[in-house]
Structures are given as structure tokens and as C-alpha cells.
Design a protein around this ligand. Structure first.
Ligand SMILES: CC(C)(COP(=O)(O)OP(=O)(O)OC[C@H]1O[C@@H](n2cnc3c(N)ncnc32)[C@H](O)[C@@H]1OP(=O)(O)O)[C@@H](O)C(=O)NCCC(=O)NCCS
Length: 187
């Protein structure tokens, strides 16, 4: 299923939604935070023009197209500002498996907000988009990210060694099958 329109996903504290032009500055700040960028693959520093064109493309991109990354904004509802994002990419062959990646502003970490955002997005991917399986790759030393995935019932499938000379950290592969999703979880 491909949806070009995306209805906002509202949770107790958050809105998970499509990018809008007003997000460019907060998105640029997020990508230039060294603690956020450490475990990610984007160019650092990340220029304001890169941020602006990324936002422009994502504001109009179709949602969840096989083989293409789509980025969702996490907006803090009461602060009305972008505090993080979640990228998704369905596999190009069947589209049934979706890789996810995520980032949260350190000022908002430690409150269960990413778990809250991901729970809403996972429900959307399994129930609306009818995806079968989610995959997340994360550095083994990224303890917060590993804990997050394990709290959301992802299973550790294996650890990859030094496959990328530019990224020597061991990488863990986690997966969640649709039947193992716990929808009623309250972070
Ligand atoms: C990975 C990342 C999103 C985790 O953020 P986080 O805030 O720790 O994750 P959560 O939203 O699940 O919050 C969990 C923490 O909030 C605490 N918490 C407080 N209130 C909570 C609540 N109501 N519900 C759940 N957890 C709560 C938990 O105890 C936990 O803290 P702990 O890890 O010290 O035990 C964040 O560290 C990040 O963006 N890192 C940089 C980017 C990155 O590495 N991305 C992964 C690469 S794919």
C-alpha cells in the first residue's frame, strides 16, 4: 500500500507527521548535534542548505515507497517543535519488510518519548500499511538504542563485524515480526 497523504499520528505527548517547511531549522540543529550524529551516517557538519532541501523533498514525498527512505517528524505537542525524526524504508522486492532509523534531541531523551513515537508508527506500519516485519540496525555500543528496541520487543538477530571501513563499530541487527507487536504498550 502506498499512501501519498499521511494523517498525523497523535500520542499522549507527540505528533508523528510529515515534514513541513517550518521544520528546517530544528531539523538542521538535530543533525548537527554531535551526540545524535555519532551513530548515524549523514555528513557532519550538516549544512543548512542540505537540511532545507531534505525538508523540501520530504514535505512532498510519497509515504513508504518500496526501496526509498521516508522520514517522519516527531513533534512535541505542547512545545510545538520538531524534537526528532524516524526514517523508514520498505524493502525494494516485496515491500513487506521495513528498516527503521531514529533520532531524538538529547534535551528530550530519557522520558520514553521515542518509545511513544515508535509505538504509534509501528502500529501504523503494521495495521495501515500492512507491513510484516521491521528491522533496525544499531551500533552495539549504542546502549540507549539497544535498550529502546528491546523494550519494544524487537529480537536481536545477530551482530555484524567490521563490514564498512568508514564505520568500524560492530552493528546489531534487531527485528520485530508483526505478530509480536504489543499495541497496548503505554510508555
Ligand atoms: C536512541 C535514542 C532515540 C533513545 O532515546 P531515549 O530517550 O533513551 O529513548 P526512550 O524514548 O525510549 O526513553 C527511554 C528512557 O526514558 C526513561 N523514561 C522516563 N519516563 C518514561 C516513560 N514514561 N516511559 C518509558 N520510559 C521512560 C526510561 O527509563 C529510559 O531511560 P534509560 O534508558 O536511562 O533506562 C536516543 O538516544 C537518540 O536519539 N540517540 C541518537 C541517535 C541514535 O543513536 N539513533 C539510533 C541509530 S538508528
Amino acid at each position: 500500500m502506498v499512501e501519498h497523504e499521511l494523517t498525523n499520528l497523535n500520542t499522549a505527548r507527540l505528533i508523528v507527521r510529515r515534514f513541513e517547511d517550518r521544520d528546517a531549522e530544528a531539523f538542521w540543529r538535530l543533525r548537527n548535534d554531535p551526540d545524535v550524529a555519532r551513530h548515524q551516517g549523514w555528513p557532519f557538519p550538516y549544512s543548512d542548505s542540505e537540511a532545507a532541501s531534505f525538508v523540501e523533498v520530504m514535505a512532498r514525498a510519497p509515504v513508504v515507497v518500496n526501496g526509498e527512505w521516508f522520514q517522519f517528524v516527531i513533534e512535541h505537542a505542547s512545545d510545538a517543535v520538531l524534537i526528532g525524526d524516524i526514517g523508514v524504508r520498505a524493502d525494494s522486492l516485496t515491500g513487506e519488510e521495513v528498516e527503521i532509523g531514529y533520532s531524538l534531541d538529547p534535551a528530550y531523551q530519557g522520558h520514553g518519548l521515542m518509545a511513544e513515537a515508535l509505538t504509534a508508527l509501528i502500529a501504523y506500519l503494521f495495521r495501515v500499511q500492512r507491513k510484516k516485519r521491521l528491522v533496525a540496525m544499531t551500533h552495539a555500543i549504542n546502549e540507549k538504542s539497544c535498550r529502546l528496541l528491546e523494550r519494544l520487543h524487537f529480537t536481536l538477530e545477530g551482530t555484524l563485524g567490521n563490514i564498512d571501513p568508514n564505520d568500524p563499530e560492530a552493528e546489531r541487527v534487531y527485528a520485530l515480526e508483526s505478530q509480536n507487536f504489543v499495541p497496548e504498550r503505554r510508555p
